[in-house]
Design a protein around this ligand. Sequence first.
Ligand SMILES: [Zn+2]
Length: 262
Amino acid sequence: MGYNRLMLALLLAATCSLHPPALEGDVGRRSLPWLPPDLARQVVKHDRAFAAGYTAARRWPSEFHRRDGNPNVEMAIVAQCERLVQAIRKQRPFDEVVGGFGALAHLTLDHASPFLGTADSDPYAMAFRSFTVRALPRIPMVFYGQDNVFLGSPRGGIPRFLARKAGATSPLAALVREDVDRVGGPAAWHLLDDRSTTFGVASLMLNHAVSNFVNLASWVWGQAGGLVPTIPQEGDTFLVWKGEPRPREAPGSHIRIRKAGN
Ligand SMILES: [Zn+2]
């Protein structure tokens, strides 16, 4: 193997493949209604920079795509949020800023993945990735709400916020493995339908990633001096967006769902 081929192999080996290609773009789009509207409009305007940002983040050192260790994904998210606050305060060009939010979308998606910390070659992780691609158009657009305690906190609030959210995803990989085995193992993932546990897990992963990304981006925006309008919401409800996601102009366009059993 020549030197260039070897370098290429190393680079490819270092690319995070936890998610289907460009799933971060879906996180960005689905976040538009809930992001501070001024920021949402910049994300729309600089969508190519957003894509360049998450593509670059996929090739960041492998430590940044792991739950354990030092550094890890939580530290990478804290550092990225701080970098973004500084970039906005210093009035860096918006394509650079939006690129940074694209990278944050990647890290947030990693953080919400039930298979974070599993080898890329794990057949169940690969089956879940393939299933998610097929399920994506039918996953509803859910926002679990603004975390106003976090939004009002200093930087030390980020690890606490992430630790609270990580607890929700940790049992999900075991549920997917059990569900996939029920239909005959990872090679039979296509037999799973929209009523399967795996569909529920894919939906939770994506919507948690969206909700966490919106909260982190809103925290950054507020810390940098931007306006973060409150999204009115009762404690036991979540919000569902109907139709094409777009920056929020006025109240409306979304419906509220009361959580069952709460
Ligand atoms: Zn990653």
